[in-house]
Ligand binder design. Structure first.
Ligand code: URA
Length: 432
């Protein structure tokens, strides 16, 4: 294929035919066009844009470059809805939303990307969970969706391989911030997931690829048209990216924050955006009819621990080190959370040294949200154990059962956080 005249035509503001787009994508995916020519073409698209029929042809060609997840036949009737974000900083919504919505009865075959430009990628965040496999085959992904209602994977070699190559090339050739290129990239992947509906999170503000709201709206409309024209009902929310979302920015930290959010302990802005997108997904999937009911269902799924449990199941199924939520064994008041028991358990899990030569596993331990004086209900999540294996989870649970004492009332007052000030002159009692 002779590519130079096509680059020239696009560079000079002309239009390529659907057949030309189709051939370009197929030949590039097969490795028969060098990166430098496609980089030049991408820049021409960046500068000149694409006509509607060109964008449709490019998206279809990218979609056709690989396989699709198909749920036809086999009697799987659960509505399949996914969400995709145009990319931001601190945006760990997918990690919370996938399990949360799956716990409410929607199937989420979520295929995510790696960091692009300054934005983080869900895949990189998931891989912060030791052992977590994001590269499942399509057959494995499909089986997991049918069994657990959610899979969190990367773009397999089988799905839209053209986008995989183009995405990597755009990342290093300053051609990310283009409405047609973003639209074709996102929609070629999403349309391969065999969805009944799609919710888009289009970021707005200085941290978004397209900071101006008008451009964000145009991007949303472009992707909605691509989805709807191909039989996938699509809706978009424009959400703020003029500040990082949540508190944590960076892969391990964001994964931790997402796990906390699944237990209702997440920062309010993260939960708000997650709920807004989740509401759209539940309504699209026909699980709830209105916003109020859908929101309530999502909140209940978090409060009951079902959403966190769903994430645990997904982590386990995809080979990640187990994380399990520990629930209050009875209703009452937390009387004690014994630090020594927790400290020794961390050592037993591999997070501390027994001998000088021991190496420490920095990924194991506890997140404990119960504090002395808290009222808790039987079954309410009050801690999580992060372990290497199921034995570690058992060890962690035993330690929590000993350390967290729940009774009818507080038996003694917890120590003040800062109790004394000591100087040469003497001891001052503070009692803060
Ligand atoms: N996310 C994608 O998948 N592709 C883009 O081009 C931008 C964000």
């Amino acid at each position: 294929m002779i590519v130079v005249p096509l680059i020239e035509r696009k560079r000079d503001g002309g239009v390529l035919t659907p057949e030309e787009w189709s051939a370009l994508v197929a030949e590039y995916t097969a490795g028969r066009i060098p990166d430098y020519q496609i980089a030049a073409l991408l820049m021409a698209v960046f500068m000149r844009g694409l006509e509607r029929q060109e964008l449709a042809a490019l998206t279809d060609a990218m979609l056709a470059s690989g396989d699709r997840l198909s749920f036809d036949g086999g009697g799987f009737k659960v509505p399949r809805i996914d969400k995709h974000s145009t990319g931001g900083v601190g945006d760990k919504v997918s990690l919370v939303l996938g399990p949360l919505v799956a716990a409410c009865g929607i199937a989420v075959p979520m295929m995510s990307g790696r960091g692009l430009g300054h934005t983080g990628g869900t895949l990189d965040k998931l891989e912060a969970i030791p052992g977590f496999r994001t590269s499942l085959s399509l057959a494995e992904a499909k089986a997991q969706v049918q069994r657990l209602g959610c899979v969190l994977i990367g773009q397999t070699a089988e799905i839209a391989p053209a986008d995989r190559k183009l995405y990597a090339l755009r990342d290093v050739t300053a051609t990310v911030e283009s409405i047609p290129l973003i639209s074709a990239s996102i929609m070629s992947k999403k349309l391969a997931e065999g969805l009944n509906g799609l919710v888009l999170d289009v970021k707005n503000g200085s941290g978004a690829f397209l900071p101006e709201v008008d451009r964000g709206l145009e991007l949303a409309k472009t992707m909605i048209a691509l989805g709807e024209d191909r039989g996938c009902p699509t809706v978009a929310l424009i959400t703020a990216m003029d500040r990082p979302l949540g508190r944590a920015c960076g892969n391990v930290l964001e994964t931790e924050e997402a796990i906390l959010a699944l237990r209702g302990e997440g920062p309010p802005d993260l939960l708000e955006v997650t709920y807004a997108l989740g509401v759209e997904m539940l309504i699209q999937g026909g699980i709830e009819k209105n916003t109020k009911k859908a929101r309530k269902k999502l909140e209940t799924s978090i409060e009951s621990g079902l959403a966190a449990e769903k994430f645990e199941q997904i982590i386990e199924a995809q080979g990640g080190n187990p994380v399990e939520v520990y629930a209050a064994p009875r209703t009452g008041v937390v009387q004690r959370v014994e630090p020594r028991t927790i400290g020794r358990a961390i050592i037993a899990l591999g997070g501390g040294r027994r001998t000088v030569e021991d190496t420490i596993d920095p990924t194991v331990g506890f997140v404990i949200t119960a504090k002395p004086g808290d009222k808790v209900l039987e079954g309410e999540p009050i801690a999580s154990v992060f372990a290497k294996d199921p034995d570690g989870i058992r060890t962690g649970f035993e330690a929590l059962a000993q350390a967290i004492v729940i009774g009818d009332k507080l038996t003694h007052k917890p120590l003040p956080l800062v109790s004394h000030r000591v100087t040469r002159a003497g001891v001052e009692k503070l009692g803060v």
